[in-house]
Write a new protein. Structure first.
Ligand SMILES: Cc1cc2nc3c(=O)[nH]c(=O)nc-3n(C[C@H](O)[C@H](O)[C@H](O)COP(=O)(O)OP(=O)(O)OC[C@H]3O[C@@H](n4cnc5c(N)ncnc54)[C@H](O)[C@@H]3O)c2cc1C
Length: 385
């Protein structure tokens, strides 16, 4: 397995303990959770007790006190192990950082330790039935009435949506405005009325991870739950945090690519065709060489993005490049590896078939790959004199 440039003995120990947790607490239940389309609620508490929630959040708020590399190690290993049910990369890698970066001191102390223990499960609700990529067109509104917001609207495709009880909800506080009318309001779902969960949606892959619809009918939330000091900051906050989400997606995609190559190496070495090992055939060797090259290039670029992120210097174009290129490459690699498995590649009892199901979404979420290219092109335009 490729070692990232930033890997050290402490991170290796963390990776091994995360792997043991996934082997004992997630994998044995994966099939059942896949059928019920959600993990058992108690596994969140177990993950909290094992130190796998909020690893990159400061210790004073109950987190692990680590940095982005600790997060990537934990999330990538989960992708590699094919046990996606626990939506931790979203909970710990994204939602917890919105709270740490933009909430008041009192809110951080109230919410983050409970996120680290698993008592609170985080969600981030942007996408609506009518709009996803075009975030400025969302229609969920938050109207101020006294010291409360009255919220109306609907969200869909929300990760952890049937479980989350702390949701960063993206709303329009000024429907007349585009990006400047967007704010994020934190909803403690256990404390509000007018909040309703819809269907948990059946998906192509990631069956054990819950993805749901949410509805808000005159839902009242204290104005104090606005994220940030004033309204209209939501879009800026999202832009600031989306880079981290994109690198996380790329890193998880790389982990899946590596697993696909490992599985296919073993399979082709043992499979006999026309009197020889499938691995001995030139087509197999060349295809696997191409796959490995893509994984190596992806790894090198992700390492560069991780280094920039740790220095607080990750630019949007680099994050977008990592996201689109690595997830596209992952799609190609996993597809080739399915082909090299023959019919077995289409059977869900083989890990490669489940990888094929799970990685398709990487090119769509965290900003579609088309949107990534648009963002890179906007950056390019600035070079025109
Ligand atoms: C499993 C899963 C989990 C998800 N989790 C969450 C979550 O936790 N929270 C959340 O808010 N959302 C979540 N989403 C939603 C996801 O972020 C959106 O599906 C995604 O952003 C795309 O939006 P859309 O589905 O509305 O597609 P659209 O925006 O309608 O896009 C349709 C197609 O048009 C293309 N397109 C759009 N605009 C342009 C353009 N300007 N130029 C060129 N092409 C364009 C897109 O690339 C795409 O190919 C999840 C989705 C899935 C499937």
């Amino acid at each position: 397995m490729r070692q990232p440039a930033w890997m050290d003995p402490e991170l290796e120990t963390l990776r091994d303990s995360a792997r043991r947790f996934y082997e004992t607490e997630l994998l044995p239940h994966e099939e059942r959770w896949g059928r019920q389309q959600v993990v058992d609620r108690e596994v969140w508490y177990k993950a909290g007790a094992a130190g796998l929630l909020c690893p990159g959040i400061r210790e004073e708020y109950g987190g692990g006190g680590g940095n982005f590399t600790h997060e990537i190690v934990i999330f990538s290993e989960q992708g590699r192990m094919l046990c996606p049910g626990l939506g931790n990369s979203l909970h710990s890698g994204i939602v917890a950082h919105y709270i740490q970066n933009f909430a008041t001191e009192e809110q951080k102390r109230e919410w983050l330790p409970r996120m680290a223990s698993g008592e609170l499960v985080g969600g981030l609700a942007m996408t609506e039935p009518g709009t996803g990529s075009d975030l400025q067109s969302i229609r969920t509104t938050a109207r101020r009435e006294g010291d409360e917001y009255v919220i109306n609207g609907a969200k869909t495709y929300i990760t952890n949506g049937s479980t989350a009880n702390l949701i960063c909800l993206v709303v329009k506080t000024d429907p007349e405005q585009g990006a400047r009318g967007i704010s994020i309001v934190v909803v403690e779902t256990d404390k509000v009325q007018g909040f309703r969960r819809g269907r948990t949606l059946a998906k192509v892959g990631l069956h054990s991870q819950d993805t749901a619809e949410l509805f808000f009918d005159d839902m009242r939330v204290p104005c104090a739950n606005l994220l940030g000091p004033q309204e209209g900051q939501g879009f800026r906050q999202l832009m600031k945090e989306l880079g981290r989400e994109r690198v996380i997606t790329a890193a998880m995609s790389l982990a899946c690519m590596e697993r696909a190559i490992d599985e296919t190496l073993q399979f082709t070495a043992n499979r006999k065709v026309f009197g020889q090992s499938l691995m001995q055939m030139q087509n197999t060797r060349f295809k696997l060489a191409e796959c490995e090259t893509k994984a190596a290039l992806a790894g090198a670029f992700i390492d560069q993005c991780v280094a920039k992120l740790l220095q607080g210097k990750l630019d949007n174009a680099s994050a977008s490049m990592a996201k689109w290129w690595v997830t596209d490459a992952c799609g190609q690699v996993v597809d080739e590896c399915v082909q090299l498995h023959g019919g077995a590649g289409y059977m869900l009892e083989y890990p490669i078939a489940r990888l094929y199901q799970n990685v398709r979404i990487h090119r769509i979420l965290a900003g579609t790959n088309e949107i990534m290219k648009e963002l890179i092109a906007r950056d390019l335009e600035q070079r025109v004199v």
